[in-house]
Structure formats: C-alpha cells, structure tokens
Design a protein around this ligand. Sequence first.
Ligand code: CP
Length: 331
Amino acid sequence: MFRVDENCNFALLYKGFQPMNQSSLVSISDISREEILSLLEQARYFENHPNHKILDGKVVATLFFEPSTRTRLSFETAVNRLGGRVIGFSDASTTSSTKGETLKDTIKMVSNYVDLIIMRHYLEGAARYATEVTDVPIINAGDGANQHPSQTMLDLYSIYKTQGRLENLDITMVGDLKYGRTVHSLLMAMRYFNPRFKFVACDELKMPVEYKIFCDENGIEYTEYTDFSPEVINSTDILYMTRVQRERFTDIMEYEKVKNLYNLHNSMLDGSRDNLKILHPLPRVNEIALDVDDNPKAYYFQQARNGLYARQALICRALGIDVTKLKESDK
Ligand code: CP
C-alpha cells in the first residue's frame, strides 16, 4: 500500500546517525539519564496541571501508518490540553500514499504545515529516516519492531510512581520479546538504573541477540526462561506482559503455534511481592486474563493514562518549551 523511496531496511541504513533536529525523539537512546529524570518530573507536573495554553498557535501532525488507540489519542489529547491544534491521519489508506507518494515526499509536504510531526510506521528505521528529510522535529510513535520511546517514558513514569524509584528493580518481561518494540526501548532506558531482568519467552520469540549484547555491554544482569513459573513471578517487582505481535509474522502458522503460550491468571499472583505491579503496553489479547483486572497489582489501565502526562512532557521537549518556567509562573 505504501511505497517508500528505499525498499530496504531503514534501521540498518540509519543506525548511529544523529537526527537533523536535536529535538527529535527517534530512539530512547537519544535521551540522557538526567533528561529522563527531568521529563518524569515534568510528567508529574502535567498530571497535577494538565491544562495550559502553551501550544497556542502551534500545529502538530499525527501520521499513523499503523493502527493505534492509546498512542495517537493520548498524543492528540496532550496537544489539545496544551492549547495546540492537530492535523493528521490514523489510516494511511486515505492519503496520497495509495497513489504512490513516497515517505520522503509525505514528510516534506506535512513539514510545510506543522511545527512537530508524531509518526508511527511499520518499517524499522522509518522515523530516523524522516529526521533526515525535514527540519521539523519528529517523535517516533513506534517503528516496526524497533523502538517506541514515548511508551518507554510512560512506562518509566509508571514504574517510578508505583515503586518510588527506578533503581535496583527486578523486572520480568514476558511474551513476544522478539517483535515487542516496547520491551526493546524499556530495556535500553533501564541501563541507567541497574535493573535485574528476567526474560520469559519461547525460543521463537526470545529477546534478540543485539539487546542481550546491549545488556552485556552495559553491565545489566539478565536471565532467560521459557517457563512462566511461580519462582519467576514471586521474585519480581515489575511484571511486564506483552502481546504476541501477530502483524509482524510472515507465516501465520508460526503465530498460531506461539500465540497462547503465556497467560497470566489471578491465582498466579498469590505468592507475589506486595509491591508487584503488572504493566502491559496494551492492547492485550489473551495474555492477561480478565480476572487479573480487579487485582490492585494490575496497573495497565493507569499506565495508559500516564501516557498523556509523559507525552505532554515530550511534546514540550520537541518544541523547546521550558516546563520549569511554566512551573515557576504557577507560583
Ligand atoms: N501501547 C500502544 O502503542 O498502544 P496503541 O498501539 O494502541 O497505540
């Protein structure tokens, strides 16, 4: 449906390149530890003061080449609550991409109209590529199985809010660790905070080797499991469940083989730590049973709500708006 200029792996082409506009957010590795902590403070500020007029006169584009509920709607709510305006699309089949317009041309066109582009694309590296063809800042709202950095900011905010710290936590990631871009981004962000990871996945959906090398290079402890056992659950602070990403499989029979392997039920939480919180980027399919929803340890709906505040902070970062001054002016 959508023709790109270079019919190849963008991630390989653009790995290691700096975005043209330093306000862009393509990978979580674009953000330092200090900046992460500052953005979390800003998210907390927006949670308490969500409505402002600081984007008055600004127009933001949301270009979603892949389906989304939370990411697009929370970004758009964030812009609206900050007094800006939104243009864009949630379905690329209604755009001129169906006539053969390239990603490059689409980005250049939209750049004529807006101050910020928030973009989700099914190709890894597409957001990085977009930063190479425009001066308008780009926020990556998910590129294939690669990265989802704004999700990571809300995950970090959720972890911080529920645990009171980011440091020295036992984090268990379960399910599709191969294609799940949220676990890739979160793993990279946690390098500043001395986590101990458990990776629970079948052989077909194991954490890719490049992320395990990343752990080794950054002194991050991790253990791999295929069993989702009580021992794993009961030694965990953050249980990060993921959906098997059906849309990434080229062979649907492969998907059918692995889609029901890891399911969390309420009774499995009986021996878990008091501070355990269950996160999930959502949407879920069957990996968290409905009987978990009423358990106080289930945090995934609040987690999605935190996305609004984290994304307000990220939009301000991209547009060079100093939230510290905003806080001071409230005094
Ligand atoms: N977590 C997440 O990216 O959800 P959506 O696909 O609904 O945006």
